[in-house]
Design a protein around this ligand. Sequence first.
Ligand code: ADP
Ligand code: MG
Length: 405
Amino acid sequence: MVRELDSLDLVAGKRLSVVRTDDGLTAQPQVRELDGSWRRARPGDGVAEALLALLAAAPELSTVGSFTVRAWSAPVATGERAVAVDQTNESVIVGDAAVVKWAAHLAAGPHPAPRRLEILRANGFRFMPCPLGMVTWRPKNGAETLVVGVDSYLPGAVDGWTWAVDLIAAAAGTPDASDGEVAAAASAVGVVIAELHAALAVTVSTASSADAERWRATASATLEEARALGDPTVADLLEQRRDLIDELLSGIGAMAGTPVIEGHGDLHVGQVLHHRGGYAVIDFDGNPVLPVTERALPIPAVLDVAGLAQSLSHAAIVARRHHRVDEAALLRVERTAREHFTQSYATHLAELGHDELYDPAYLRGFRLQQVLREIVYAAHHLPRWMYVPEAALPMLLDEGAAGER
Ligand code: ADP
Ligand code: MG
Protein backbone atom coordinates (compact mmCIF):
# COMPACT_ATOMS: atom_id res chain seq x y z
CA MET A 1 0.00 0.00 0.00
CA VAL A 2 1.22 3.49 -0.86
CA ARG A 3 0.05 6.49 1.12
CA GLU A 4 0.86 10.13 0.44
CA LEU A 5 1.92 11.91 3.66
CA ASP A 6 3.12 15.28 2.53
CA SER A 7 4.37 17.07 -0.55
CA LEU A 8 6.33 20.08 -1.68
CA ASP A 9 5.28 21.65 -4.99
CA LEU A 10 8.26 22.46 -7.21
CA VAL A 11 6.49 23.82 -10.29
CA ALA A 12 3.07 23.12 -11.73
CA GLY A 13 2.76 19.36 -12.26
CA LYS A 14 5.98 18.44 -10.46
CA ARG A 15 6.43 17.78 -6.79
CA LEU A 16 8.46 16.07 -4.12
CA SER A 17 6.34 13.73 -2.01
CA VAL A 18 6.89 11.89 1.22
CA VAL A 19 5.19 8.55 0.76
CA ARG A 20 4.58 5.64 3.09
CA THR A 21 5.03 2.24 1.47
CA ASP A 22 5.12 -1.24 2.99
CA ASP A 23 8.88 -0.68 3.24
CA GLY A 24 8.63 2.53 5.26
CA LEU A 25 8.87 6.20 4.34
CA THR A 26 10.43 7.24 1.07
CA ALA A 27 10.99 10.51 -0.81
CA GLN A 28 9.44 10.37 -4.23
CA PRO A 29 9.80 12.75 -7.16
CA GLN A 30 6.37 12.85 -8.83
CA VAL A 31 4.81 14.19 -12.06
CA ARG A 32 1.16 14.83 -12.80
CA GLU A 33 -0.39 12.93 -15.70
CA LEU A 34 -2.87 14.52 -18.11
CA ASP A 35 -5.75 12.93 -16.21
CA GLY A 36 -4.62 14.74 -13.04
CA SER A 37 -3.22 11.67 -11.25
CA TRP A 38 0.33 11.68 -9.89
CA ARG A 39 2.96 9.06 -10.64
CA ARG A 40 6.54 8.49 -9.60
CA ALA A 41 8.89 10.44 -11.86
CA ARG A 42 11.78 8.87 -13.74
CA PRO A 43 14.98 10.55 -14.87
CA GLY A 44 13.91 12.58 -17.90
CA ASP A 45 10.60 13.70 -16.41
CA GLY A 46 12.19 16.95 -15.23
CA VAL A 47 11.47 16.79 -11.51
CA ALA A 48 15.17 17.00 -10.57
CA GLU A 49 15.49 19.97 -12.96
CA ALA A 50 12.52 21.59 -11.26
CA LEU A 51 14.09 21.09 -7.85
CA LEU A 52 17.30 22.76 -9.06
CA ALA A 53 15.32 25.70 -10.43
CA LEU A 54 13.51 26.05 -7.10
CA LEU A 55 16.84 25.99 -5.21
CA ALA A 56 18.38 28.53 -7.58
CA ALA A 57 15.56 30.97 -6.82
CA ALA A 58 15.19 30.22 -3.08
CA PRO A 59 16.78 32.15 -0.19
CA GLU A 60 19.51 30.33 1.75
CA LEU A 61 17.02 29.01 4.30
CA SER A 62 13.26 28.73 4.00
CA THR A 63 10.46 26.57 5.31
CA VAL A 64 7.33 25.40 3.53
CA GLY A 65 5.01 23.49 5.84
CA SER A 66 7.04 20.63 7.32
CA PHE A 67 9.80 21.03 4.72
CA THR A 68 12.99 23.03 5.22
CA VAL A 69 14.83 24.10 2.09
CA ARG A 70 18.52 24.98 2.23
CA ALA A 71 19.80 26.53 -0.98
CA TRP A 72 23.48 27.40 -1.28
CA SER A 73 24.55 27.84 -4.85
CA ALA A 74 22.41 25.67 -7.09
CA PRO A 75 22.81 26.30 -10.82
CA VAL A 76 19.94 26.11 -13.29
CA ALA A 77 20.62 23.10 -15.49
CA THR A 78 18.72 20.80 -17.82
CA GLY A 79 19.01 17.23 -19.06
CA GLU A 80 18.47 14.35 -16.63
CA ARG A 81 20.10 10.92 -16.54
CA ALA A 82 20.30 8.17 -13.95
CA VAL A 83 23.51 7.31 -12.08
CA ALA A 84 24.75 4.05 -13.58
CA VAL A 85 26.28 2.27 -10.55
CA ASP A 86 24.67 0.20 -7.78
CA GLN A 87 23.13 2.58 -5.31
CA THR A 88 20.94 2.56 -2.26
CA ASN A 89 19.18 5.80 -3.09
CA GLU A 90 18.01 7.18 -6.39
CA SER A 91 20.46 9.70 -7.82
CA VAL A 92 19.85 11.72 -10.96
CA ILE A 93 22.51 13.71 -12.78
CA VAL A 94 21.23 17.02 -14.15
CA GLY A 95 23.07 18.61 -17.05
CA ASP A 96 26.52 17.48 -15.85
CA ALA A 97 26.14 20.19 -13.22
CA ALA A 98 24.39 18.58 -10.26
CA VAL A 99 23.56 15.24 -8.67
CA VAL A 100 20.12 15.09 -7.08
CA LYS A 101 19.78 12.24 -4.57
CA TRP A 102 16.24 11.35 -3.49
CA ALA A 103 16.25 9.44 -0.20
CA ALA A 104 14.97 5.91 -0.76
CA HIS A 105 14.40 5.35 2.95
CA LEU A 106 13.61 8.22 5.24
CA ALA A 107 15.47 7.73 8.50
CA ALA A 108 13.78 8.78 11.72
CA GLY A 109 15.89 11.86 12.40
CA PRO A 110 18.16 13.40 13.35
CA HIS A 111 19.77 12.67 10.00
CA PRO A 112 23.58 13.05 10.08
CA ALA A 113 24.04 14.76 6.69
CA PRO A 114 22.65 18.27 7.27
CA ARG A 115 24.92 18.96 10.24
CA ARG A 116 28.01 17.24 8.82
CA LEU A 117 27.74 19.16 5.55
CA GLU A 118 27.10 22.43 7.35
CA ILE A 119 30.27 22.00 9.43
CA LEU A 120 32.37 20.86 6.48
CA ARG A 121 31.19 23.82 4.42
CA ALA A 122 31.86 26.22 7.27
CA ASN A 123 35.37 24.84 7.70
CA GLY A 124 36.22 25.03 4.03
CA PHE A 125 36.62 21.28 3.47
CA ARG A 126 37.49 21.00 -0.22
CA PHE A 127 37.53 17.26 -0.83
CA MET A 128 33.86 16.65 -1.48
CA PRO A 129 31.39 17.67 -4.16
CA CYS A 130 30.15 21.17 -3.44
CA PRO A 131 26.85 20.88 -1.53
CA LEU A 132 24.34 22.93 -3.53
CA GLY A 133 21.26 22.47 -1.43
CA MET A 134 19.05 20.08 0.45
CA VAL A 135 15.47 19.59 1.54
CA THR A 136 14.61 18.10 4.91
CA TRP A 137 11.26 17.12 6.34
CA ARG A 138 10.06 17.03 9.91
CA PRO A 139 7.33 14.53 10.78
CA LYS A 140 4.83 15.48 13.48
CA ASN A 141 6.63 15.07 16.83
CA GLY A 142 9.74 13.82 15.03
CA ALA A 143 13.22 15.05 14.18
CA GLU A 144 14.36 16.62 10.91
CA THR A 145 15.37 14.10 8.28
CA LEU A 146 16.86 14.43 4.81
CA VAL A 147 14.58 13.89 1.82
CA VAL A 148 16.79 15.13 -0.99
CA GLY A 149 20.37 16.33 -1.25
CA VAL A 150 21.91 18.16 -4.19
CA ASP A 151 25.67 18.23 -4.86
CA SER A 152 27.81 19.54 -7.67
CA TYR A 153 28.49 16.86 -10.29
CA LEU A 154 32.14 15.85 -10.48
CA PRO A 155 32.94 15.32 -14.16
CA GLY A 156 34.67 12.06 -14.93
CA ALA A 157 34.06 10.73 -11.41
CA VAL A 158 35.03 7.07 -11.05
CA ASP A 159 33.47 5.08 -8.23
CA GLY A 160 35.91 3.85 -5.56
CA TRP A 161 35.16 0.17 -6.10
CA THR A 162 36.21 0.69 -9.70
CA TRP A 163 39.39 2.74 -9.32
CA ALA A 164 40.68 0.76 -6.33
CA VAL A 165 40.05 -2.69 -7.86
CA ASP A 166 41.61 -1.60 -11.15
CA LEU A 167 44.72 -0.14 -9.53
CA ILE A 168 45.24 -3.15 -7.28
CA ALA A 169 44.65 -5.61 -10.13
CA ALA A 170 47.13 -3.77 -12.33
CA ALA A 171 49.82 -3.77 -9.65
CA ALA A 172 49.30 -7.42 -8.70
CA GLY A 173 48.73 -8.73 -12.21
CA THR A 174 51.67 -7.32 -14.13
CA PRO A 175 55.03 -9.01 -13.59
CA ASP A 176 57.57 -6.51 -12.26
CA ALA A 177 54.89 -3.83 -11.92
CA SER A 178 55.63 -1.53 -9.05
CA ASP A 179 53.15 -0.74 -6.31
CA GLY A 180 53.89 2.93 -6.78
CA GLU A 181 50.50 3.89 -8.15
CA VAL A 182 48.65 2.02 -5.45
CA ALA A 183 50.83 3.61 -2.77
CA ALA A 184 50.30 7.08 -4.25
CA ALA A 185 46.53 6.67 -4.48
CA ALA A 186 46.24 5.26 -0.95
CA SER A 187 48.40 8.07 0.41
CA ALA A 188 46.32 10.70 -1.37
CA VAL A 189 43.16 9.25 0.14
CA GLY A 190 44.87 9.26 3.56
CA VAL A 191 45.41 13.01 3.19
CA VAL A 192 41.76 13.54 2.23
CA ILE A 193 40.46 11.62 5.26
CA ALA A 194 42.85 13.47 7.59
CA GLU A 195 41.52 16.75 6.17
CA LEU A 196 37.97 15.48 6.68
CA HIS A 197 38.59 14.65 10.33
CA ALA A 198 40.45 17.89 10.95
CA ALA A 199 37.46 19.81 9.54
CA LEU A 200 35.12 17.84 11.82
CA ALA A 201 37.39 18.26 14.86
CA VAL A 202 35.23 21.15 16.10
CA THR A 203 32.66 18.51 17.08
CA VAL A 204 35.04 16.66 19.38
CA SER A 205 33.74 15.25 22.65
CA THR A 206 34.66 12.31 24.86
CA ALA A 207 33.22 8.80 24.70
CA SER A 208 31.26 7.97 27.83
CA SER A 209 31.27 4.54 29.42
CA ALA A 210 27.75 4.09 28.05
CA ASP A 211 29.11 4.71 24.53
CA ALA A 212 31.90 2.18 25.03
CA GLU A 213 29.45 -0.34 26.44
CA ARG A 214 27.12 0.16 23.44
CA TRP A 215 30.04 -0.38 21.04
CA ARG A 216 31.08 -3.53 22.89
CA ALA A 217 27.56 -4.92 22.90
CA THR A 218 27.14 -4.13 19.19
CA ALA A 219 30.44 -5.78 18.32
CA SER A 220 29.66 -8.95 20.23
CA ALA A 221 26.14 -9.15 18.82
CA THR A 222 27.64 -8.83 15.33
CA LEU A 223 30.12 -11.61 16.16
CA GLU A 224 27.28 -13.92 17.18
CA GLU A 225 25.26 -13.08 14.08
CA ALA A 226 28.24 -13.69 11.81
CA ARG A 227 28.83 -17.02 13.53
CA ALA A 228 25.22 -18.03 12.92
CA LEU A 229 24.83 -16.67 9.38
CA GLY A 230 28.23 -17.27 7.79
CA ASP A 231 29.48 -20.44 6.15
CA PRO A 232 30.43 -23.28 8.58
CA THR A 233 34.09 -22.48 7.79
CA VAL A 234 33.47 -18.99 9.24
CA ALA A 235 32.09 -20.46 12.46
CA ASP A 236 35.08 -22.83 12.67
CA LEU A 237 37.56 -20.02 12.18
CA LEU A 238 35.80 -17.82 14.74
CA GLU A 239 36.08 -20.72 17.19
CA GLN A 240 39.76 -21.48 16.46
CA ARG A 241 40.80 -17.84 16.77
CA ARG A 242 38.52 -17.03 19.66
CA ASP A 243 41.28 -15.59 21.88
CA LEU A 244 42.49 -13.10 19.32
CA ILE A 245 38.95 -12.15 18.34
CA ASP A 246 37.92 -11.57 21.95
CA GLU A 247 41.01 -9.47 22.51
CA LEU A 248 40.37 -7.33 19.44
CA LEU A 249 36.67 -6.79 20.09
CA SER A 250 36.95 -6.26 23.83
CA GLY A 251 39.33 -3.39 23.06
CA ILE A 252 36.37 -1.62 21.48
CA GLY A 253 34.52 -1.90 24.78
CA ALA A 254 37.38 -0.22 26.65
CA MET A 255 37.21 3.08 24.78
CA ALA A 256 35.49 5.23 27.41
CA GLY A 257 37.39 8.53 27.61
CA THR A 258 38.53 8.40 23.97
CA PRO A 259 37.95 11.49 21.83
CA VAL A 260 35.04 11.12 19.41
CA ILE A 261 33.90 13.30 16.51
CA GLU A 262 30.88 13.56 14.27
CA GLY A 263 32.75 11.60 11.62
CA HIS A 264 31.69 10.13 8.30
CA GLY A 265 30.36 6.96 9.89
CA ASP A 266 30.10 4.82 6.73
CA LEU A 267 33.50 5.25 5.21
CA HIS A 268 34.70 2.77 2.60
CA VAL A 269 36.35 3.07 -0.75
CA GLY A 270 32.95 3.25 -2.50
CA GLN A 271 32.44 6.61 -0.78
CA VAL A 272 35.61 8.06 -2.32
CA LEU A 273 35.25 9.17 -5.93
CA HIS A 274 38.24 9.80 -8.16
CA HIS A 275 37.66 12.71 -10.48
CA ARG A 276 39.75 15.10 -12.55
CA GLY A 277 40.59 17.18 -9.53
CA GLY A 278 41.64 14.28 -7.28
CA TYR A 279 39.66 12.39 -4.63
CA ALA A 280 36.34 13.39 -3.09
CA VAL A 281 34.35 11.95 -0.19
CA ILE A 282 30.60 11.51 -0.63
CA ASP A 283 27.53 10.20 1.19
CA PHE A 284 27.16 11.57 4.72
CA ASP A 285 24.02 9.56 5.42
CA GLY A 286 25.58 7.51 8.24
CA ASN A 287 25.91 3.76 8.52
CA PRO A 288 22.83 1.96 7.17
CA VAL A 289 23.48 -1.11 9.35
CA LEU A 290 23.04 0.91 12.55
CA PRO A 291 19.64 1.71 14.03
CA VAL A 292 18.64 5.14 12.72
CA THR A 293 18.86 6.64 16.19
CA GLU A 294 22.59 5.80 16.29
CA ARG A 295 23.62 6.98 12.84
CA ALA A 296 24.35 10.57 13.81
CA LEU A 297 26.19 9.77 17.05
CA PRO A 298 29.87 10.69 17.40
CA ILE A 299 32.46 8.03 16.59
CA PRO A 300 36.17 7.54 17.21
CA ALA A 301 38.15 8.68 14.14
CA VAL A 302 39.75 5.23 14.00
CA LEU A 303 36.36 3.75 13.08
CA ASP A 304 36.33 5.71 9.81
CA VAL A 305 39.99 4.84 9.19
CA ALA A 306 39.28 1.15 9.80
CA GLY A 307 36.31 1.22 7.41
CA LEU A 308 38.39 2.65 4.61
CA ALA A 309 41.45 0.47 5.33
CA GLN A 310 39.38 -2.70 5.41
CA SER A 311 37.62 -1.79 2.17
CA LEU A 312 41.04 -1.66 0.48
CA SER A 313 41.50 -5.31 1.54
CA HIS A 314 38.09 -6.07 0.13
CA ALA A 315 38.99 -4.34 -3.13
CA ALA A 316 42.05 -6.64 -3.33
CA ILE A 317 39.81 -9.70 -2.87
CA VAL A 318 37.51 -8.47 -5.63
CA ALA A 319 40.57 -7.89 -7.86
CA ARG A 320 41.68 -11.48 -7.27
CA ARG A 321 38.30 -12.83 -8.36
CA HIS A 322 38.03 -10.84 -11.56
CA HIS A 323 41.60 -10.49 -12.77
CA ARG A 324 44.55 -12.76 -13.30
CA VAL A 325 46.82 -11.95 -10.36
CA ASP A 326 49.58 -13.68 -8.50
CA GLU A 327 48.54 -14.59 -4.94
CA ALA A 328 51.73 -13.41 -3.26
CA ALA A 329 51.67 -10.19 -5.28
CA LEU A 330 48.07 -9.61 -4.29
CA LEU A 331 48.83 -9.89 -0.58
CA ARG A 332 51.78 -7.53 -0.99
CA VAL A 333 49.70 -4.93 -2.83
CA GLU A 334 46.85 -5.22 -0.35
CA ARG A 335 49.24 -4.46 2.48
CA THR A 336 50.87 -1.61 0.56
CA ALA A 337 47.47 -0.02 -0.01
CA ARG A 338 46.36 -0.30 3.60
CA GLU A 339 49.61 0.79 5.16
CA HIS A 340 50.14 3.75 2.88
CA PHE A 341 46.61 4.88 3.57
CA THR A 342 46.87 4.64 7.37
CA GLN A 343 50.38 6.09 7.55
CA SER A 344 49.58 8.99 5.29
CA TYR A 345 46.40 9.64 7.27
CA ALA A 346 48.21 9.64 10.63
CA THR A 347 51.06 11.83 9.36
CA HIS A 348 48.78 14.38 7.79
CA LEU A 349 46.41 14.48 10.76
CA ALA A 350 49.39 15.23 12.99
CA GLU A 351 50.53 17.97 10.59
CA LEU A 352 47.08 19.48 10.89
CA GLY A 353 47.48 19.46 14.67
CA HIS A 354 44.87 16.81 15.45
CA ASP A 355 46.78 13.65 16.21
CA GLU A 356 44.90 13.38 19.52
CA LEU A 357 41.87 12.23 17.51
CA TYR A 358 43.42 9.02 16.24
CA ASP A 359 44.45 5.95 18.20
CA PRO A 360 45.69 3.15 15.90
CA ALA A 361 45.51 0.63 18.77
CA TYR A 362 41.85 0.07 17.87
CA LEU A 363 42.36 -0.17 14.13
CA ARG A 364 42.40 -3.95 13.83
CA GLY A 365 39.43 -4.40 16.18
CA PHE A 366 37.25 -2.08 14.12
CA ARG A 367 38.47 -3.69 10.89
CA LEU A 368 37.42 -7.05 12.29
CA GLN A 369 34.04 -5.64 13.24
CA GLN A 370 33.65 -4.38 9.66
CA VAL A 371 34.39 -7.84 8.24
CA LEU A 372 31.81 -9.39 10.59
CA ARG A 373 29.23 -6.75 9.66
CA GLU A 374 29.75 -7.55 5.99
CA ILE A 375 29.24 -11.27 6.62
CA VAL A 376 25.92 -10.43 8.27
CA TYR A 377 24.99 -7.93 5.56
CA ALA A 378 25.82 -10.35 2.75
CA ALA A 379 23.81 -13.13 4.40
CA HIS A 380 20.75 -10.90 4.65
CA HIS A 381 20.95 -8.76 1.54
CA LEU A 382 23.78 -9.57 -0.84
CA PRO A 383 24.81 -13.25 -0.99
CA ARG A 384 27.06 -12.62 -4.00
CA TRP A 385 29.27 -10.41 -1.78
CA MET A 386 29.83 -13.16 0.83
CA TYR A 387 33.08 -14.42 -0.71
CA VAL A 388 34.67 -11.05 0.10
CA PRO A 389 34.30 -10.94 3.92
CA GLU A 390 34.82 -14.72 4.06
CA ALA A 391 38.21 -14.31 2.41
CA ALA A 392 38.99 -11.15 4.40
CA LEU A 393 38.49 -12.82 7.79
CA PRO A 394 41.44 -15.26 7.67
CA MET A 395 43.60 -12.60 5.99
CA LEU A 396 42.98 -10.19 8.84
CA LEU A 397 43.41 -12.78 11.58
CA ASP A 398 46.69 -13.99 10.08
CA GLU A 399 48.25 -10.55 9.73
CA GLY A 400 49.83 -10.71 13.18
CA ALA A 401 51.62 -13.89 12.16
CA ALA A 402 53.35 -11.93 9.42
CA GLY A 403 54.58 -9.45 11.99
CA GLU A 404 52.07 -6.71 11.32
CA ARG A 405 50.20 -4.87 13.99
P1 ADP B 1 24.07 5.88 -2.30
O1 ADP B 1 23.69 6.35 -0.95
O2 ADP B 1 22.88 5.53 -3.14
O3 ADP B 1 25.16 4.86 -2.27
P2 ADP B 1 26.07 7.84 -3.11
O4 ADP B 1 25.94 9.24 -2.63
O5 ADP B 1 27.08 6.99 -2.42
O6 ADP B 1 24.63 7.17 -3.05
O7 ADP B 1 26.34 7.90 -4.66
C1 ADP B 1 26.19 6.76 -5.49
C2 ADP B 1 27.01 6.92 -6.77
O8 ADP B 1 26.63 8.09 -7.50
C3 ADP B 1 28.50 7.11 -6.54
O9 ADP B 1 29.18 5.90 -6.37
C4 ADP B 1 28.93 7.83 -7.82
O10 ADP B 1 29.13 6.89 -8.85
C5 ADP B 1 27.75 8.69 -8.14
N1 ADP B 1 27.91 10.06 -7.58
C6 ADP B 1 27.46 10.48 -6.38
N2 ADP B 1 27.74 11.78 -6.18
C7 ADP B 1 28.38 12.20 -7.29
C8 ADP B 1 28.95 13.47 -7.71
N3 ADP B 1 28.87 14.55 -6.93
N4 ADP B 1 29.53 13.53 -8.93
C9 ADP B 1 29.59 12.43 -9.74
N5 ADP B 1 29.09 11.23 -9.41
C10 ADP B 1 28.49 11.09 -8.20
MG1 MG C 1 27.18 5.28 -1.21
